[in-house]
Design a protein around this ligand. Structure first.
Ligand SMILES: Nc1ncnc2c1ncn2[C@@H]1O[C@H](COP(=O)(O)OP(=O)(O)OP(=O)(O)O)[C@@H](O)[C@H]1O
Length: 288
């Protein structure tokens, strides 16, 4: 299945080896995301209500909220997969509704459950990553060049799944799939990286390893803007600079992370009294 009517190859840049995630930052000085009064209505119900939010090119955001808060819906707007019912959304300087989204999407690295479900189980792991260079899911008749193949292998390696490139996607564990999805999100040298619950389904060791690798990504000044969605403050990697809290489609709080991850704001978001602790750049929350 294809995301784009005409595949447009991206030009990935070579990056460092090892633990570092090879990425290159985009150029814009303007916000990579600029939402103004965004409302999304389905079946007469507002899934997002009057959301105004700007993400700068140097910022790394986490979006937190309970089940059904609208986090994925917000990421779908940010990924140019969904249009607002009301309000205005600019992604990478382009207004949704006034731009060809098929040209916009290859500039965005998206990792989401919806996209993952579209990967054919028989697809080779390296191809799951490679096809992102063409904005596609599922290999068809594209010709991939040597540097693209090398970059896909490099990304798989950097995410700790370097030995799985010849396996089929359907044979991977959930944690392995998450890593492959992340490699795919970074493949096309995106200007904006959107990660929807990247640690969901991972065991404790896998989660900690992923948080460490994501921390390396968000700490890299050369990396693009990142927006990470999660339910758990424990999954917020050190280096995340800003937070947005959502409840029932509305923004409860947004801003610098330390101002947002407070017991009051998190308590209002999740609907219970919380204790919040920070240690070594990591966060933890439990019922008070
Ligand atoms: N196409 C749709 N039509 C109607 N309702 C929808 C549609 N898509 C999502 N919803 C509803 O919108 C609400 C927000 O969904 P969304 O997936 O954005 O929440 P979320 O914060 O990502 O939730 P979770 O943490 O459980 O993944 C949910 O109640 C969901 O059932």
């Amino acid at each position: 299945m294809s995301e784009a009517s005409r595949p447009t190859p991206a030009r990935p840049a070579a990056g460092p080896r090892g633990d570092a995630l090879p990425t290159t930052k985009g150029t814009p000085d303007e916000p990579v995301l600029d939402l103004d009064g965004v409302t999304v209505v389905r079946d007469g119900r507002a899934l997002l209500e009057d959301v105004s939010w700007a993400v700068g090119a140097d910022e790394r955001w986490v979006v937190l909220g309970p089940n059904g808060a609208g986090k994925t819906t917000l990421l779908q707007i940010a990924g140019a997969r969904l249009f607002p019912t009301r309000g205005r959304a600019e992604v990478l300087g382009e207004e949704l509704g006034a731009v060809d989204v098929f040209e916009l999407r290859p500039r965005i690295g998206l990792s989401s459950a919806a996209l993952a479900e579209r990967v054919p189980p028989a697809e080779k792991v390296v191809d799951v990553v490679l096809t992102a260079a063409y904005g596609m899911v599922g290999r068809w008749r594209e010709e991939y060049e040597g540097p693209d193949h090398a970059r896909a292998l490099e990304l798989l390696d950097a995410l700790g799944v370097g030995g799985l490139d010849r396996r089929t996607y359907g044979t991977l564990s959930e944690g392995e799939r998450k890593r492959v999805q992340l490699a795919r999100a970074l493949m096309a040298d995106p200007e904006l990286v959107l990660l929807d619950e990247p640690a969901a389904g991972m065991d404790l060791g896998g989660r900690e390893d992923l948080v460490r690798r994501l921390s390396g990504l968000v700490a890299d000044p050369a990396a693009p803007a990142v927006v990470l969605v999660t339910h758990h403050v424990e999954e917020v990697p050190p280096g995340i600079t800003h937070g947005l809290l959502l409840r029932e489609g509305r923004v409860v709080a947004q801003g610098p992370l330390e101002d947002v991850l407070t017991p009051a704001a998190l308590g209002a978001t999740f609907g219970l009294a919380l204790r919040v602790e920070r240690s070594g750049g990591r966060w933890a929350a439990r019922a008070a």
